[in-house]
Design a protein around this ligand. Structure first.
Ligand SMILES: [Zn+2]
Length: 238
């Protein structure tokens, strides 16, 4: 029996580590802070969400969305909103929803509670001052949650929003993005794309733009329509 102890100890360490990784990263896990990863499944609705903007390419994305009358939700970083305030205002003026994606796009794990609150609060203040909209939703940079996020969200009145399917559009070319998102499409799906790259200026998001151009008509042919995050979470809409 004695020689089993190290094995059991090892198994427990692995399982605690595995549980923490799950809590920090799994889109469907809400242990560290309340979050959703899918809307109601009673309507053929899809929420298109775009992270890391605003960027120099956001205007082109707004044109594509307008052409298809598709509302979307933009999870913006405070630092990018200060860099391109006019673009952030155009997103709001077009009727899209704006969410909080932190101020400077850090990974939140191993950060202090004060740091985490500061990131969310600065972005919240910037977005409201520039666009007039006060975000109700928060998407964690890299999907990484940590201790203290729950309290920060609570103080600021934010609900966490993860995703049903993520486009991997920072890596894949347009055909790969389209295939991935078509496979992930379903009632209430929250799709995650990027109109920026971690708050960097002049990001290359051409693959995403080409993919969205192709994807929207294909989803509509399949009978889906598009809703903002607020609407896709609401069971009594329509
Ligand atoms: Zn991001």
């Amino acid at each position: 029996m004695a020689n089993l102890a190290p094995l059991l100890g090892g198994a427990i360490t692995v399982s605690v580590g595995g549980a923490l990784t799950y809590a920090v990263r799994a889109p469907s896990c809400a242990w560290l802070a309340p979050s959703v990863h899918r809307g109601v499944i009673t309507r053929p609705a899809i929420a298109l969400t775009f992270d890391d903007g605003p960027s120099e390419s956001t205007a082109e994305l707004l044109e594509i969305l307008a052409r298809h009358k598709a509302p979307a939700t933009f999870f913006q970083c405070g630092t990018s909103v200060r860099r391109l305030p006019q673009v952030a205002r155009e997103v709001a003026a077009a009727g899209h929803e704006i969410g909080n994606h932190s101020d400077t796009h850090p990974k939140l794990h191993f950060k202090s509670r004060a740091f985490i609150y500061g990131e969310l609060a600065s972005a919240q203040e910037t977005i409201q001052a520039v666009t007039g909209l006060r975000p109700r939703y928060f998407r964690a940079p890299y999907g990484v949650r940590w201790f203290g996020l729950r309290e920060a969200q609570q103080r600021l009145g934010l609900m966490g929003v993860m995703w049903t399917t993520i486009a991997r559009d920072w890596k894949l070319a347009a055909p790969g993005i389209v295939a991935r998102l078509l496979e992930g499409a379903g009632n209430g799906a929250i799709l995650c794309l990027h109109d920026g790259r971690a708050a960097q200026p002049h990001p290359d998001v051409r693959g995403m733009l080409e993919a969205v151009r192709e994807l929207l008509p294909k989803l509509m042919e399949r009978g889906f329509h598009f809703e903002k995050v607020t609407d896709i979470l609401c069971p009594t809409k329509n």
